[in-house]
Ligand binder design. Structure first.
Ligand code: NDP
Length: 337
């Protein structure tokens, strides 16, 4: 059983040396357990936060020398559990390893899904995050301007496409010309700006002549600085993630922008709301799944998966995710499905 363990807690940007590959015996299920074979592993930005000793409010830190955690699509390869048969494919949290034991809690059967890795992205957590954050918190209306960064990523790409389905004008922000072309040409965004090119603030102002009504916050940092002055009265800002800050080891340099932000929120009656998608499965997952399955079937939403082959490549792929090297929902194919 190959497992990828957290070897060291990174200070700043993680490197592949913060992980190590370990070989252990394949575990044997006890009564009431199943043995899961990982088919696909999801790599997601929140994992960076779980590498820090403090962890997060919604999930504890990964202990040192223990396998990295993560959502997986897994196959039941041995079962001593009455609810799961051998061969069944399930959504699980088996982590960065070939095999894991489970008592069945939290396993979701995926039935005969034709592309099971979609359960990690386009029909799973990341697209669900886009759906809840945009529709429930952002509430875009016809003709409004919606801005989203990490625009070709797992969450951002779906945010922009759902916003278009609501009749909003969508401005994406992404790293590099190729991603920007994809956002406009394949995903149907109205325009997309490269945040690595100079003068983002001026280009964003030009791209949003009527201001910004919904800013779906995925990144923070310089993108937020460019967005803030353009927010309209009554703008909504779902705070989904701040990936530009996950590697921060010290507070950012420069003047304190908090007073300016607070007075902008106040005077323009802006509603900024953080959310953690775990809270919404019970109420909203069914509606999401129904809508998304229909949009995909009708070709109204396009998904792009960035698929890496081989568990051993997960550390490098994860380091790349935080640097913008992924192009679409990042998944690792660990074994044949
Ligand atoms: P993505 O597939 O979008 O991959 C991350 C992308 O972030 C990179 O490809 C890169 O895109 C962009 N990025 C990285 N660093 C920076 C930076 N300094 N400035 C601007 N962009 C940067 O990941 P996800 O779609 O999975 O996640 C997007 C966000 O949503 C993250 O913040 C994540 O933590 C959050 N999230 C929150 C959830 C919740 O429950 N609240 C659930 C799921 C995700 P590019 O090359 O275009 O810059």
């Amino acid at each position: 059983n190959r497992r990828i363990l957290l070897a060291a807690r990174p200070l700043g940007e993680p490197t592949v040396q913060d992980f190590c590959l370990d070989e252990a015996a394949v575990p044997v299920p006890a009564e009431g357990q199943v043995l899961l074979r990982t088919l696909y592993l999801s790599l997601d930005p929140y994992m960076r936060n779980l590498m820090d000793e403090a962890g997060t409010r919604y999930a504890p830190a990964v202990p040192l020398k223990q396998p990295m955690v993560g959502a997986t699509v897994s196959r039941v390869v041995a079962s001593r559990h009455p609810g799961f048969g051998v061969g069944e494919v399930v959504l699980a949290s088996a982590g960065w390893q070939d095999y894991a034991l489970s008592d069945g809690a939290g396993l979701t059967p995926l039935g005969g899904m034709t592309q099971p890795s979609l359960a990690l992205g386009g029909l799973g957590m990341t697209a669900f995050t886009a759906y809840v954050g945009l529709l429930d918190i952002g509430q875009p209306r016809l003709g409004e301007t919606v801005v989203v960064a990490a625009a070709t990523g797992a969450v951002g790409s779906v945010v922009g496409q759902i916003a278009r389905l609501q009749g909003a004008r969508v401005v994406g922000i992404a790293g590099g010309a190729q991603k920007c072309r994809h956002a406009v040409g394949q995903l149907g965004f109205d325009t997309c700006l490269d945040h690595r090119a100079p003068a983002l603030d001026e280009r964003l102002a030009a791209a949003c002549p009527d201001g910004i009504d919904v800013y779906f916050e995925n990144v923070g940092g310089a993108v937020f600085d460019a967005v803030l002055p353009l927010l309209n009265d009554g703008a909504r800002v779902p705070v989904c993630g701040v990936i530009a800050h996950y590697n921060d080891a010290t507070p950012p340099p420069g003047p304190d922008r908090l007073p300016r932000m607070m007075s902008t929120l106040l005077q323009r009656r802006i509603r900024m709301q953080g959310f953690i998608i775990l809270d919404h499965y019970a109420d909203r997952f069914e509606a999401f799944h129904r809508d998304m399955a229909r949009w995909l079937a009708e070709g109204r939403i396009v998904l792009r998966e960035d698929r890496i082959d081989g568990l051993e490549h997960a550390p490098a792929a994860f380091v790349g995710l935080l640097q913008g090297r992924n192009f679409g929902k990042l998944v690792v194919r660990v074994a044949d499905d």
